[in-house]
Design a protein around this ligand. Structure first.
Ligand code: MG
Length: 254
């Protein structure tokens, strides 16, 4: 039993809540406002350290193999690092709303320019690309540079590290919702931290990202695989994990 008494003398209410086999005493001062909403207890998890996965994460790549991915035979895994050879890879599992951590590095040997330098990408639901590009001292169209939601939203700042250095993406994604007619009732939204810096802040996507056509939504499943792009550049990947997320829901007692 958890018992929480506030350090006040004028107590006016006392709630006894039983949830999940545990009991919780709540008391409130006459001056205190309380919402009255009964919340489930947030699950207790162990956070990771320095980018390592929290205890409730699904590990998609820990450096050993790409068994969580389709198309892995077309990539190389060496020394804890995955590198594209031919074709992209996609997760065997589908995901909707999620928090995704990806570590990547543009090739140390700099070749090409613009979109031809260190190009890859994280495709949420296989449709919505967060661009990976070596945008360190390498200009291209802004809504196609590193951290862009491809051809929809440039990053708010360019937080790129030099080629060859490891970089992090921490992506919070809300999948789009469609009604029974296939119309969008809630667009997809994405927040991206690049090397710990917010570069996309709950950007609402206008549809799937494509090189050769404007954004367009087409109704799809609630969960779909995440894919990593092969754009012909040996971008390195390591330490990829994901957490499925859902809002915590309380209720007001009737
Ligand atoms: Mg790309």
């Amino acid at each position: 039993m958890h018992r929480a008494f506030l350090p006040h003398t004028r107590l006016w209410t006392c709630c006894f809540v039983v949830a999940s086999g545990s009991a919780l005493w709540l008391t409130a001062d006459a001056d205190e406002w309380i919402s009255g909403i009964v919340w489930p207890e947030p699950k207790i998890i162990q956070p990771g350290e320095k980018g390592s996965p929290p205890s409730d994460a699904i590990v998609l790549f820990d450096g050993s193999d790409l068994s969580a991915w389709e198309g892995a035979e077309n990539w190389t895994v060496e020394n804890g690092v995955a590198i594209p050879k031919t074709g992209g890879i996609q997760t065997k599992q589908g995901f909707g709303d999620c928090q995704l951590h990806v570590e990547w590095a543009a090739p140390e040997e700099v070749t090409g320019s613009g979109q031809g330098r260190g190009n890859s990408g994280v495709y949420l639901m296989g449709k919505y690309e967060v661009q990976i590009l070596d945008s360190y001292d390498n200009t291209t169209y802004y809504d196609g540079q590193c951290g862009a939601i491809y051809k929809q939203s440039p990053p708010m700042v360019n937080a790129c590290r030099p080629p060859g250095e490891w970089q992090t993406y921490d992506i919070i994604f809300e999948a789009p919702r469609f009604d029974d007619d296939g119309d969008v009732v809630k667009p997809a939204a994405v927040t991206v931290l690049h090397n710990g810096v917010v570069i996309q802040n709950h950007f609402e996507l206008e549809g799937a990202t494509a090189w050769d056509s404007p954004p367009l939504y087409e109704a799809h499943a609630e969960k779909l695989p995440i894919s990593l792009q092969n754009h012909g550049n040996p971008v390195k990947f390591r330490n990829i994990w994901i957490r499925e997320i859902e809002p915590i829901v309380g209720h007001k007692p009737s």
